[in-house]
Design a protein around this ligand. Structure first.
Ligand SMILES: [Zn+2]
Length: 473
């Protein structure tokens, strides 16, 4: 109760900065998709317009058009040119900004990524701008273009999506008043389609058996697009395995064996447009542990667990990755290697709601959720945990006896991470966001911290609930 009250108070000043946009006055109930190229290297970028499309009905809220959540590395804003009024905004993140933190980008290589922003289809000419956060988290404009929606030479109105079957997994009615999720399979050949339907149902059941999704299930629609890939399975570059698939997902993103992303944004968006969607979940028909999730972009999850008794891991991945793409949550773990080089720069407060540099201690962004009287930072037995973690780090994850060997170490780590004295409390626990020292998470354990079916911590849960509230309106 206390939390909900706080949220209400927090949202009022943000919403009152501009009068509510009259949806029907400024928009048609259709979607405009603006595709662009994001080009750059570490510390430098250009955005160039690609194509503008008309898609199906607008799936988002017709009331909450201006973003009040302040999440994501980028912000798209749509202005009415005639009045200068802000009509729509949305924060989001990209593969590009993650790539910028890799050694490859650091060495001065320039690369191009294809991206899209979507908003309701405007009735008259709009200015679309894209801004990026600086080190003080202030959005600075990087791109601006003017689009006349009534000029057929500017907007492609033909149907782009391939004729794949769409099935309803959860139907709670009005797409404007619900969160719309689309599940798409990659690496499912024609003969795998029945498996895809089963997998989509399985992972959706897993999601809505996890809080707070379980409690808020009535606020979601979920559809599955039965995208057919020419071949089964996806690319595994470090095994020299290459597959021709619908949306080009691959392991080894940024050199990390388990990080699965696709850079084929155009294909992904065309397929997703077969169903009204706010959020995309991609199921990977492959058996190596892996996944990925980027805020407002998509999640990926492997579906074929071949280690007996470890099937829960894919279920963990699905909901964890959705925490990134839906809630804008950061990784709270610091125990696995990544392909990033200083993902969270020192001295810069992350925008994610669940990780902090604690630059203004004892004040912290999740102050409203703190357990009264808790020490800041909060001592949680990190030294012993780190010792075991170092031992685990020397083990080969792909070895046959990996699971057998890691079991006792996992047990002790779980004892520390399940310490009853601290469990469920909110403080500032050191170790978060791939950084062992000087980065903090809100709770001892969380779905964003440990590789387990743990619930989201109170701060992450609240962030997810805020997102549901924003869309289900
Ligand atoms: Zn958390």
């Amino acid at each position: 109760m206390r939390l909900r009250h706080f949220l209400l108070l927090m949202c009022i000043p943000l919403l009152s900065t501009q009068a509510q946009v009259d949806f029907n006055r400024f928009f048609y109930d259709k979607t405009m998709r603006v595709d662009y190229h994001h080009i750059g290297t570490k510390g430098e970028e250009r955005i160039t317009l690609d194509k503008v499309f008309q898609e199906g009905p607008w799936p988002g809220s017709t009331v909450n058009l201006i973003d009040t959540l302040n999440l994501g590395m980028f912000l798209v804003r749509v202005f009415d040119v005639q009045s200068g009024m802000l009509l729509y905004s949305r924060g989001y993140s990209t593969v590009f900004n993650e790539w910028q933190t890799t050694a490859e980008a650091g060495s001065g290589v320039w690369k191009t990524f294809h991206e899209s922003v979507r908003f309701p289809f405007p009735r008259r000419t709009v200015q679309v701008t894209i801004s990026r956060r600086d080190d003080h988290l202030i959005f600075r404009e990087k791109f601006s273009t003017v689009i006349d929606p009534n000029d057929p030479t500017q907007v492609i109105a033909e149907t782009q999506f391939p004729p794949f079957e769409v099935i309803d997994l959860m139907d709670n009615g009005d797409i404007h008043k619900n969160v719309d999720i689309v599940i798409i399979g990659d690496g499912y050949a024609a003969e795998d389609m029945e498996k895809f339907k089963k997998d989509a149902k399985h992972f959706n059941d897993v999601m809505f058996d996890t809080e707070p999704f379980k409690e808020r299930a009535k606020d979601f629609n979920v559809r599955a697009v039965c995208a057919v890939s020419p071949q089964s399975g996806i690319d595994v570059p470090d095994r020299n395995v290459w597959k021709n698939t619908a949306i080009g997902s691959m392991y080894n993103t940024f050199g990390s064996p388990r990080y699965v992303l696709t850079e084929s944004n155009r294909e992904l968006r065309d397929i997703a447009a077969a169903a009204p969607y706010d959020f995309i979940c991609i199921l990977i028909n492959d058996s190596r542990y892996g996944g990925g999730g980027i805020y407002q972009l998509y999640t990926t999850t492997y579906v074929n667990e071949t280690h007996e008794g470890q099937e829960w891991q894919r279920d963990y991945v699905y909901v964890h990755e959705f925490g990134h793409s839906f809630g804008g949550l950061g990784d709270e773990y610091y125990s696995s290697s990544t392909g990033y080089d200083e993902f969270y720069p020192e001295g810069v407060e992350p925008w994610e709601p669940n990780v902090t540099r604690l630059l203004h201690a004892p004040h912290v962004k999740w102050e409203a959720y703190l357990t009264p009287g808790i020490d800041m930072p909060t001592d949680w037995g990190k030294a012993e945990y780190d010792k075991i973690r170092a031992e685990l780090g020397t083990m080969d994850r792909l070895a046959d006896d990996y699971y057998e060997k890691r079991a006792p170490l996992f047990t002790r780590m779980r004892e520390i991470s399940q310490n009853k004295e601290l469990l469920g409390k909110v403080g500032a626990f050191e170790g978060a966001g791939y950084v062992s020292e000087g980065m903090y998470r809100p709770s001892l354990d969380c779905r964003m911290f440990s590789l387990s079916l743990t619930d989201f911590c109170p701060v992450c849960r609240a962030a997810i609930e805020r997102q549901i509230d924003f869309y289900a309106n």
